[in-house]
Design a binder for this molecule. Structure first.
Ligand SMILES: *Cc1c(COP(=O)(O)O)cnc(C)c1O
Length: 375
């Protein structure tokens, strides 16, 4: 779609997100891709029907391809993307995954392991030796890093290398980092998946997912799942998400800067028992994150003094930060994760996940401090 993809490929990521996914530079061609609202196409072409392809998806897929470093296909949600990958894993396979992963993924794995006779080995992804041992005799590894919401960091380069040498298929949930902070495909992973809902779209107005891969064969299987099961995104949503992608590097940089500062200040707050943020030098995952990530992301967690009720009180008291689930948008959100009752038991009752946005740092601090003092 873009005139010179080879040229854009050589640019740095902050330029790529701006330049990619645009129509060719012909006279009077529009700068932005159109929202292609069509359920079908004139016969004889490559697409054929609206469930098989769409120019608005294609534009966003091209942009994410550059960010992740591998051919990309979109899905109607992040979880639809994960489901599509797992649909390609043969029945009876042995899967290695985090015991603290995203709850949606955990629920999905529980269901498919029952229905399809999969054996799931749940590991502490930050314990590299435990992961490497679990890989022996397994078929598939699904690694989320940093994990949601425990913020553990896996030794992705080492784990991926070992898994590939043992012949496993490896998928990484890259939602918290995005391809701007780490590129699992470059490390040798077969799949890198994003909940586009989060940082890529960045404005909490779209639900969407993506799967990227350098393995043509595997990606074709996942594409077939999208075709046959039909979890396709809407063209308008794809267009909106692409608009969000344009500012990804700016949003992420600012949000990370805010997260770092909040993590530091919260570390000495009288109402906070513990801060989790890989950017803090005192965090158990700091050195690992520093060794291969380009940044520490913009999610941090606090464990609030006084237990679950105190944590809920704080979340209800904020005026700038929104008390809501989800993450990765320009606006800061927070919630006590265990309010859902579906988190792993290892997640403390008083743990509040904060998705730090791009607001003014002093405004954020004032709001958090006042909310914690309102307990
Ligand atoms: C939100 C999220 C998902 C699921 O994405 P949806 O777009 O909500 O379906 C998967 N993994 C992680 C890490 C997430 O945060």
């Amino acid at each position: 779609m873009s005139t010179d993809r080879e040229y854009i490929k050589k640019l740095s990521p902050e330029s790529q997100v701006v330049a990619s996914g645009r129509p060719g530079r012909t006279k009077d061609a529009s700068l932005n891709p159109n929202i292609e609202l069509s359920a079908t196409f004139h016969a004889g072409g490559d697409i054929g029907y609206g469930r098989f392809g769409n120019a608005s998806w294609k534009a966003l897929e091209e942009a994410i391809e550059l960010i992740e470093g591998g051919k990309t296909i979109l899905f109607s949600s992040g979880l639809a993307a994960i489901s599509a990958i797992f649909k390609t894993v043969p029945n009876g396979s042995v899967i290695v995954t985090s015991k603290n992963g995203y709850t949606g993924t955990m629920n999905l794995l529980r269901q498919i392991s029952e229905i399809n006779g999969m054996q799931v080995r749940y590991v502490d992804v930050s314990n590299t030796q435990e992961v490497l041992t679990a890989l022996e005799g397994a078929n598939f590894a699904w690694i989320e890093s940093p994990t949601n919401p425990a913020l553990e960091v896996a030794d992705l380069p080492k784990i991926i290398k070992q898994a590939k040498s043992l012949g496993l298929i490896v998928g990484v949930d890259n939602t918290f980092a995005t391809g701007l902070l780490q590129q699992p495909l470059k490390m040798g992973a077969d799949f890198s998946m994003n909940s586009v809902t989060k940082y890529l779209s960045g404005h909490s107005d779209v639900v969407m997912g993506s799967v990227s891969s350098r393995n043509e064969n595997l990606l074709t299987k996942v594409l077939d799942v999208r075709k046959f099961h039909g979890a396709i995104p809407g063209p308008f949503e794809a267009w909106l998400a692409l608009r969000g992608v344009r500012t990804l590097s700016l949003r992420l940089a600012k949000a990370q800067e805010n997260a770092m500062e909040l993590a530091k200040r919260l570390s000495s707050h009288p109402q906070v028992d513990r801060v989790r943020y890989p950017g803090l030098e005192t965090d158990p995952h700091h050195l690992m994150a520093k060794s291969f990530m380009k940044g520490f992301g913009a999610i941090l967690c606090i464990e609030v003094k006084g237990g679950a009720n105190a944590a809920d009180r704080a979340c209800e008291s904020s005026k700038l930060i929104t008390y809501a689930t989800s993450l990765g948008g320009v606006e800061s959100l927070w919630e006590r994760r265990q309010r859902w009752g579906s988190e792993a038991p290892s997640i403390p009752d008083n743990l509040v996940r904060i998705s730090v946005g791009i607001e003014n740092i002093e405004d954020l601090w004032l709001d958090i401090d006042q909310s914690l003092r309102a307990i």
